[in-house]
Design a protein. Structure first.
Length: 696
C-alpha cells in the first residue's frame, strides 16, 4: 500500500516523539495547584527537572485543553508549540546536561478531577477528588500519558477554603494563607511513579491513625457524620497490611498509606500511590458489613502499591500484572481473615462466572489488551492460583520477591515475570502460558478438580448435585438425609439458594431459627413465595442483622401476606439499610402503594422518595429511586429534571441507565410535552442533550 505524504509525516512525527522522550530522563516534578471548586477550575504551575541522556532539541508533555500563560526553560521564558493535547518545548540540549522546564497554566478539566457538592444547598458535602487511571492525569497536569515515564511528583495544593487536603506522599507543611480560611498543603514523594498514580482528595474529613507492624504510618479518613462507622469500615486494615507485607515478601515501598472515601466515585477504589481513594458506599456499619464491606477492596488497592505502583506494566497487554495480582493477593488476605472455606467458595463463584463467559464465546486471553474486568481480575487471579499450585508455594513467593526487587520503580512485561518464575522454580512454563495467558477459554474442569481436591465442602457440594441430578424426584429426601452432617456454612448457603424451593418447610424453619445469618438469608432469597407455615419464621428476619435479608423479607412478606402489610411497614419504618438507602427506598415505595397505610403522610413520603433522585445523593440511591418512581408512575417535574441531569453524570453506567430511562419515558407524545414544559429550568448542557434526544 502506498502511503500519502500526510500519513508519512504523521508516522514520522509519532516515531520522532517517542525517540525524543527516550533521550531524556525526567527525575522530579514540583507541582503547585490552586483549585477553584465553585468554577471547577485549576490554576497550576509545574517544574520538571530532567537529565539529558542523548543530544536532543525538544521535549513534550501531554496536556489536554489547557491555557498556558508562562513557559520557561532554565528560568528563561521560551516559546512553545501546543495543539490542545500536547505541549512541545524546543531547545538544543546536550548529553549529560540537567535542565528545568516550568509551565504555568489554567484548566477546567473535562474529566479526571471531579468537583462535587459546591453548587447545592447541603452543607459539608463539598469534595474535590481525582481518578487518573489510564491516560487521564494530563487533563489537569502537564504530565505523561506513557506509563513508562516515572517521575518523583511533589505536590503543593493551595485551597482558600477550610477543608482537609490529602495527596501522595508525606505532608511536610500546612501553612495558613493570609486573608483566607485556607492553607497551603505541601506533600513530598521520595520515589518515582507513573503519572496516572498522582491523586488528591479535598473535603470535610477527620482522620484516625494506626501503624503497621513494620512501622508504616496509616491514615484512615472519614466524614464527621460517619464517625460511628470508622471501625466496621476499616476493620482488619492493619491485619491486611501486615499480611500482605509478609506474604509478598517485599517491604511496603512507600512512606505512608492513606485511605479516603469519596462521593460518587467511578469505581470501587483507586490505588493512587500512598493514597487510595474509594467509594463512600463502603463506609458501613456493622450490620452492612455482613453483606457489603471494604475488606476485599481494601486489600486489592493496597496490593496495587506493589503490583502496579512499584512495578508498572509497559502497556495494556500486560495488565494482568496489575489487576490479576491485586485480585489474587486480596483473595489471600480474605483467606487469612475469613478462613479457607470462604476463599475456596469465592474462587468457585468466580470460576462459574468465567465458565459462563467462556461458554457464551466471550472468553478472552490475559494477553488481550482489550480484555474486560472479569478477565483481568478474576481469570488473572485464577492464573496465579494455578501457577502457585504448579511451581509450589515457596518457589512462587521467592519468584515474586525477585521479580519485585529486580524491577522496583521500573516497568515490566509478562515475559519479565514468567522468566523470574521459571528461573526460581526450575520449571518450563510454556504450557502454563499457553493454557492460562494465551487461551481465551477458561479451563473450568481443571479448576474444579483443584477445588474439589482442596476443599471438602465443595467436593460434597458437587457430590450432592450429582445425586440430585440423577434422582430429581428425591431432592427433598437427599437434602434432609444429609443436612445434619454438613458443617460448612458456605455449603449450606449454596444448597439453600439452589434447592430452597424443594426443601421441606420444617427444615427451612429450623434453619431460620438456628443457622448462620447467611443461611437464614439464603432461605428468604430462595423462595418465590413464602408458605403460610413459614410466615412467622420469615417475620423474624425483619429484625435480622443483615440489610439484604431485611430488604428481601420485607418485600416478600408484603407481597405474599397483604393482610399484614401495616404490621410489616410499622416494624421496618426508620431502617435506612446500606449507604445507598436500599431499605428506606423500598419502604417508601411500599408505603405509597399501600392505600390503607398512613394516608395522611403519603405526600411527605412521596416528597422524600422524589428528593432521593437529586444530585446530592449517591448515584446508587438515585438510580433505585428513579426505578421505583417509574414503577409507580411517580415522575413529577422535579424527578424529571433530576433524571435529565443524571443523563450527563460522570459515572458512565449511571449515565447510561438514566438515558435509557429517559428514552423509555419519551415514547409517548404526552411525556415529551411534559419534558418540554420544564425546558426553561435546565442548564445549557442539559438543553443541548435534550434537543439531541428529542430530535429538535
Amino acid at each position: 500500500m502506498k502511503l500519502s505524504p500526510v500519513i508519512v509525516f504523521f508516522l514520522f512525527s509519532q516515531f520522532l516523539s517517542a525517540q525524543i522522550q527516550d533521550k531524556v530522563d525526567f527525575l522530579r516534578a514540583d507541582i503547585l495547584i490552586e483549585p477553584t471548586p465553585v468554577h471547577k477550575q485549576i490554576k497550576g504551575s509545574v517544574s520538571y527537572h530532567f537529565n539529558v541522556l542523548e543530544d536532543v532539541d525538544s521535549v513534550f508533555f501531554d496536556a489536554v485543553s489547557m491555557d498556558f500563560f508562562n513557559v520557561s526553560f532554565d528560568g528563561v521564558k521560551i516559546d512553545f508549540d501546543y495543539n490542545g493535547k500536547r505541549i512541545m518545548i524546543k531547545n538544543e540540549m546536550k548529553e549529560g546536561e540537567d535542565h528545568i522546564v516550568s509551565m504555568d497554566y489554567v484548566v477546567k478539566p473535562e474529566q479526571t478531577v471531579y468537583f462535587l457538592g459546591w453548587d447545592d444547598a447541603v452543607d459539608g458535602n463539598e469534595q474535590v477528588w481525582t481518578q487518573g487511571q489510564g491516560k487521564y492525569t494530563s487533563h489537569w497536569l502537564p504530565s505523561f500519558d506513557d506509563m513508562t515515564e516515572k517521575v518523583e511528583f511533589d505536590l503543593k495544593i493551595i485551597l482558600r477554603e477550610d477543608y482537609t487536603v490529602i495527596a501522595n506522599g508525606n505532608l511536610l507543611k500546612k501553612e495558613t494563607l493570609p486573608n483566607s480560611n485556607g492553607y497551603m498543603w505541601q506533600f513530598d514523594m521520595e520515589k518515582p511513579m507513573s503519572s496516572y498514580l498522582i491523586g488528591f482528595a479535598i473535603g470535610n474529613y477527620k482522620m484516625e491513625t494506626m501503624e503497621s507492624s513494620s512501622g508504616i504510618p496509616m491514615e484512615l479518613y472519614y466524614e464527621p457524620k460517619d464517625s460511628l462507622n470508622v471501625e466496621p469500615t476499616y476493620r482488619y486494615s492493619k491485619r491486611i497490611f501486615d499480611f500482605l507485607e509478609n506474604r509478598i515478601g517485599v517491604a511496603y515501598p512507600w512512606q505512608n498509606y492513606k485511605q479516603v472515601p469519596v462521593h460518587d466515585f467511578l469505581y470501587a477504589g483507586m490505588e493512587n500511590t500512598t493514597c487510595t481513594i474509594f467509594s463512600n458506599q463502603y463506609v458501613v456499619d456493622s450490620t452492612a458489613f455482613v453483606d457489603k464491606n471494604y475488606v476485599n477492596v481494601n486489600a486489592h488497592e493496597l496490593a496495587h502499591q506493589w503490583f502496579g505502583n512499584l512495578v508498572t506494566e509497559t502497556s495494556s497487554e500486560h495488565h494482568w500484572l496489575h489487576e490479576g495480582f491485586a485480585t489474587f493477593y486480596a483473595y489471600l488476605a480474605e483467606k487469612h481473615i475469613f478462613g479457607d472455606d470462604h476463599y475456596y467458595w469465592k474462587l468457585l463463584g468466580t470460576a462459574e462466572a468465567l465458565k459462563s463467559f467462556s461458554e457464551e464465546d466471550q472468553g478472552e486471553a490475559l494477553w488481550n489488551p482489550n480484555a474486560g474486568s472479569l478477565t483481568f481480575y478474576e481469570k488473572g487471579a485464577w492464573a496465579l492460583v494455578m501457577l502457585q499450585e504448579r511451581v509450589g508455594k515457596m518457589a512462587f513467593k521467592k519468584g515474586v520477591r525477585k521479580y519485585l526487587n529486580k524491577f522496583a520503580f521500573k516497568n515490566v512485561t509478562i515475559p519479565n515475570f514468567i522468566e523470574e518464575m521459571e528461573e526460581e522454580s526450575g520449571t518450563d512454563l510454556s504450557d502454563f502460558e499457553a493454557l492460562w495467558l494465551e487461551n481465551p477459554d477458561f479451563p473450568f474442569e481443571e479448576v474444579i478438580m483443584f477445588l474439589k481436591d482442596r476443599n471438602s465442602s465443595i467436593r460434597t457440594y458437587f457430590e450432592l448435585n450429582k445425586q440430585i441430578a440423577q434422582e430429581p424426584e428425591g431432592t427433598e429426601e437427599i437434602l434432609v438425609r444429609n443436612w445434619s452432617t454438613l458443617s460448612s456454612i458456605h455449603l449450606k448457603e449454596n444448597l439453600i439458594l439452589d434447592y430452597g424451593e424443594a426443601m421441606p418447610t420444617q427444615l427451612l424453619s429450623e434453619i431460620i431459627a438456628s443457622e448462620d445469618i447467611k443461611a437464614r438469608q439464603a432461605v428468604v432469597l430462595s423462595l418465590n413465595k413464602i408458605p403460610p407455615e413459614l410466615r412467622v419464621s420469615i417475620e423474624n428476619l425483619l429484625r435480622d442483622k443483615s440489610y439484604t435479608t431485611i430488604e428481601a423479607a420485607l418485600y416478600r412478606l408484603w407481597t405474599d401476606f397483604p393482610e399484614y402489610r401495616t404490621k410489616y411497614l410499622d416494624e421496618t419504618d426508620g431502617i435506612k439499610g446500606f449507604p445507598n438507602k436500599n431499605i428506606r427506598i423500598l419502604w417508601l415505595t411500599l408505603a405509597l402503594v399501600t392505600p390503607e397505610y398512613r394516608p395522611d403522610t403519603k405526600a411527605s413520603y412521596f416528597n422524600e422518595l422524589s428528593e432521593l433522585t437529586g444530585a446530592e445523593h449517591h448515584f446508587e440511591t438515585r438510580m433505585m429511586a428513579f426505578q421505583y418512581l417509574k414503577n409507580i408512575g411517580g415522575f413529577n417535574d422535579m424527578v424529571l429534571k433530576n433524571l435529565i441531569e443524571a443523563c450527563g453524570h460522570h459515572v458512565w453506567h449511571f449515565k447510561k441507565s438514566a438515558r435509557s430511562l429517559l428514552k423509555e419515558f419519551l415514547q409517548s407524545d404526552e411525556n415529551t410535552a411534559r419534558i418540554k414544559r420544564i425546558y426553561p429550568l435546565l442548564s445549557q448542557q442539559e438543553k443541548q442533550y435534550l434537543e439531541k434526544t428529542i430530535g429538535e
